[in-house]
Design a protein around this ligand. Structure first.
Ligand SMILES: *Cc1c(COP(=O)(O)O)cnc(C)c1O
Length: 388
């Protein structure tokens, strides 16, 4: 990264201007690109020239989005995908061989969990889960087949925090790749490469879009690894659509100010819930009561948009609470300008067994709120009336 600040790069990183000297980046809805002549076409396919050939490989809109996220994360290179899960799957499928082992945090996104449990074993890629409360135990789970460490922080949906610096140290010591899903923090709050991550994955669907419109994913990090991921992906075709890339690149211009407000609203709601008589417990990374508050402060700029809490009275009280919500959306997304409330046990993590849910820290009464950008007094009063 040069010495421009995060906000400036988010706004000023732009694909080359055309002869029309447009101010805002145009939308390049084209599946392919033309060549000057036979020699130009030969040299382009031989990769003697770096240029756009076909939008499954690259496109000016995706390139702009990728360049921006690379600057935000301090990464060398990246590739953009049609969804966060396409980024997770393609990254692992490109880098791992049959027989390899993934050492993953137990608390990970539900679909990633299902990918590890139900699909990667088809190609003899195995995994084991380490308990996130006890990173000292990771080293004893490393085998000669282990190729990478995989984790999220903050975790979904429990908003637990993992010490990224410690994970980076362990990965380096054992010559393993460290892959971090940074979706919950966004690059504005946390840059895992600074702590030793080799690759960073995002679902662009969440805070990056921030307005609940498009699906997207991206992987950024070490250029040699991204090259392998690119070669796999240009053949298998999970590329991001230029339209979605254009939407996202515009959204990133306002990421910093949006996330600042998300975090301010979330902290205020978390503090309100902490004193509430109908609530068993509240977890938010920047509450002093969070067990990893000091680590969160070390690696994050603010606490993020997601709060986890448990309503008193178990499943029945929880359902009554959900049915009483008026303003907040009952929806599966997060990082949206609209506040969203979910019940992980019956939705995002319902494909897991109760046992697996327990390992992932998901109780029946767990509520996840993605705090949006509405006025905080309206958010608090809706949750308060539903709790009453
Ligand atoms: C949503 C999410 C994903 C998957 O992203 P999609 O864009 O929905 O495919 C992966 N990881 C985390 C942490 C997520 O929240």
């Amino acid at each position: 990264m040069n010495n421009r600040k995060f906000e400036t790069e988010a706004i000023r990183t732009q694909t080359e201007r055309t002869q029309f000297l447009e101010h805002s980046s145009p939308l390049y809805l084209t599946s392919s690109f033309v060549f000057e002549d036979a020699e130009d076409m030969r040299a382009s396919f031989a990769e003697e020239k770096h240029r756009n050939i076909y939008s499954r490989y690259s496109n000016p809109n995706s390139n702009e989005f990728v360049d921006k996220v690379c600057k935000m994360e301090g990464a060398e290179a990246g590739f953009a995908f049609a969804s966060g899960m396409a980024a997770v799957f393609s990254t692992l499928a490109a880098l791992l061989n049959s027989g390899d082992h993934i050492l993953s945090a137990g608390n990970i996104f539900g679909s990633t969990h299902s990918l590890f449990n139900n699909f990667l074993p088809k190609w003899k890629i195995s995994h084991s889960y380490f308990p996130i409360d006890d990173l000292d135990r990771i080293e004893s789970q490393i085998t000669s087949e282990t190729k990478l460490i995989y984790a999220e922080s903050p975790t979904n949906p429990g908003v637990d925090i993992l010490d990224l610096e410690e994970l980076g140290r362990i990965a380096k010591k054992h010559n393993l790749l460290l892959v971090i899903d940074n979706c919950f923090a966004s690059p504005y709050l946390q840059q895992p490469i600074r702590f030793g991550a080799d690759l960073v994955i995002h679902s662009g669907t969440k805070l990056m879009d921030g307005q609940g419109r498009v699906l997207a994913g991206i992987t950024v990090g070490r250029a040699d690894l991204i090259d392998t991921i690119y070669r796999f992906s240009r053949i298998t075709g999970p590329a991001l659509s230029p339209f979605n890339a254009w939407v996202l690149s515009k959204s990133l211009e306002t990421l910093a100010i949006r996330v600042d407000r998300h975090c301010a609203n979330a902290l205020e709601l978390a503090q309100f819930l902490e004193g509430h008589a109908q609530v068993n417990w509240v977890k938010y990374p920047f509450l002093k009561s969070h067990p990893k508050f000091e680590i969160a402060k070390k690696q994050m700029k603010a606490g993020g948009c997601v709060i986890a809490f448990e309503v008193k009275g178990g499943l029945e009280a929880g359902q009554k609470f959900f049915n009483s919500i008026k303003l907040l959306s009952l929806s599966a997304n997060l990082g949206d300008s609209r506040s969203i409330i979910t019940h992980p046990a019956s939705t995002t993590h319902s494909k897991l067994t109760k046992e697996e849910r327990f390992v992932s820290g998901i109780s029946d009464g767990l509520v996840r709120v993605s705090v949006g950008l509405e006025h905080i007094e309206d958010i608090i009063s809706d949750i308060d009336q539903a709790l009453q």
